[in-house]
Design a protein around this ligand. Structure first.
Ligand code: FES
Length: 146
């Protein structure tokens, strides 16, 4: 049976092969979330990117999928995170071998990507707003017979 070593907690946990890391942590009273993320998370669906852990020694971790990578960076259209390569989502990891994990890794904002996303959002909002204005104006004119 694989063994998970938790660096911050100073614990080792024996798990059944293939068990989900997030579920194992919660089963042993360790939350992978910080602060408000304890309540505002996607319940292990791999979408919110809040159940991050650092894989110190990761031979036992299942490989990362493109969706996990996207969720780590942030699926929101207005910001992006700068995530180190060994940071993963605990809800996306099935433990197959021994591994060493650090909970609550530091993640910062990726200002370059955030600026790009905000610029695109503003452009979309401008053209979307203009389109809606023209459509409502057109409907109004048709409805009133102007
Ligand atoms: S719980 Fe939301 S990404 Fe893992």
């Amino acid at each position: 049976m694989p063994v998970i070593t938790l660096v911050n907690e100073g614990k080792t946990i024996e798990v059944t092969e293939g068990e989900n890391l997030r579920k194992v942590l919660r089963k042993h009273g360790i939350s992978p979330y910080l602060g408000k993320d304890n309540f505002l998370n996607c319940r292990g669906n791999g979408l919110c990117g809040t159940c991050r852990v650092e894989i110190v020694d990761g031979k036992g971790a299942s490989p990362m999928t493109p969706l996990e990578e996207a969720a780590l960076v942030g699926l929101a259209p207005f910001y992006a995170r700068l995530v180190p390569k060994n940071v993963r989502l605990s809800c996306r990891i099935d433990v197959t071998q021994d591994m060493t994990v650090r909970t609550y890794p530091k993640v910062t904002l990726d200002w370059q990507r955030t600026k790009e996303r905000l610029t695109l959002l503003i452009i979309w909002a401008f053209f979307g707003g203009t389109f809606l204005f023209v459509m409502f104006r057109l409907l109004y004119e048709i409805a009133t017979g102007l």
